[in-house]
Design a protein around this ligand. Structure first.
Ligand code: XBP
Ligand code: MG
Length: 228
């Protein structure tokens, strides 16, 4: 089966952004808003089951109080969190996971197209790429991110949206993920999926993935082609 495109998740897959990036940014936005919420490393691991920053805030608010937060307040909190995230990336060094750049470069050299399918907001994708892969944002033909679809991962919608924009079918592409919600989403769209686990997703259920590894280093294009 010819391989036409590689489709990457962002958070946890291209880079380990959650613990020292998104989590810290959420906490800074909560403090700014006068909320006494503190998402520690373990609690954040549980909260990652809910994909999407706005959805995660809403879920946590419902655990804390029977009175729902307004959509406007959640949207403001989330926008503040994304501003903190961007500032953090500018000051912290959150690099690409080992092996990612090599795989992207190999695909480009071989004429295999690149795309992104993520739950995170588009501005966060740009912020990450501008710092971790400064020459690389234009390497991706399609970037599907955030609210472009109503149903976030584990729904297949974001991968289906990206496939449609690429003009390709799922059998022409491979998905790269780090989490159970991501694998459910990609497989739901009919994609073969390769997983590199991380500290937050080590115990997730990856049933159905074609390969599960600890790191991307060693997953080269030849290895990907042999799996499809
Ligand atoms: C990523 C997420 C995101 C980020 C925060 O999931 O769940 O919500 O934690 O992003 P995946 P926003 O890697 O499976 O796409 O705050 O921008 O929503
Ligand atoms: Mg992920």
């Amino acid at each position: 089966m010819p391989l036409h495109a590689l489709i990457f998740d962002v958070d946890g897959t291209l880079a380990d952004t959650e613990r020292d990036g998104h989590r810290v940014a959420f906490n800074r936005a909560f403090a700014d808003a006068g909320l006494d919420w503190d998402w520690d490393v373990d609690l954040y691991g549980d909260l990652l089951k809910v994909t999407g920053g706005k959805e995660r805030i809403q879920h946590y608010a419902a655990l804390r109080s029977p009175h729902p937060l307004s959509r406007d307040f959640i949207a403001q909190l989330h926008a503040a969190k994304n501003r903190h995230y961007e500032a953090l990336l500018a000051h912290n060094d959150i690099p690409l996971r080992p092996g990612v750049r090599e795989l992207l470069e190999e695909a480009r050299a071989a004429g295999v197209r690149l795309a992104i399918a993520t739950t995170t907001s588009p501005e966060n994708v740009s912020a990450l790429l501008s710092h971790a892969l400064p020459d690389g944002e234009h390497w991706f033909d399609v970037i599907g991110a955030g609210d472009v679809v109503a149903a976030k991962k584990p729904a297949p919608d974001i991968y289906e949206w990206v496939l449609k924009k690429l003009g390709l079918g799922p059998r022409d592409c491979v998905a790269f993920e780090d989490s159970e919600n991501g694998v459910r989403s990609a497989m739901g769209a009919g994609l073969k999926t390769i997983v590199a686990r991380n500290a937050y997703t080590r115990n997730h259920d990856f049933t159905g993935a074609v390969l599960v590894v600890e790191e991307w280093a060693g997953v080269d294009l030849g290895a990907v082609r042999r799996l499809v």
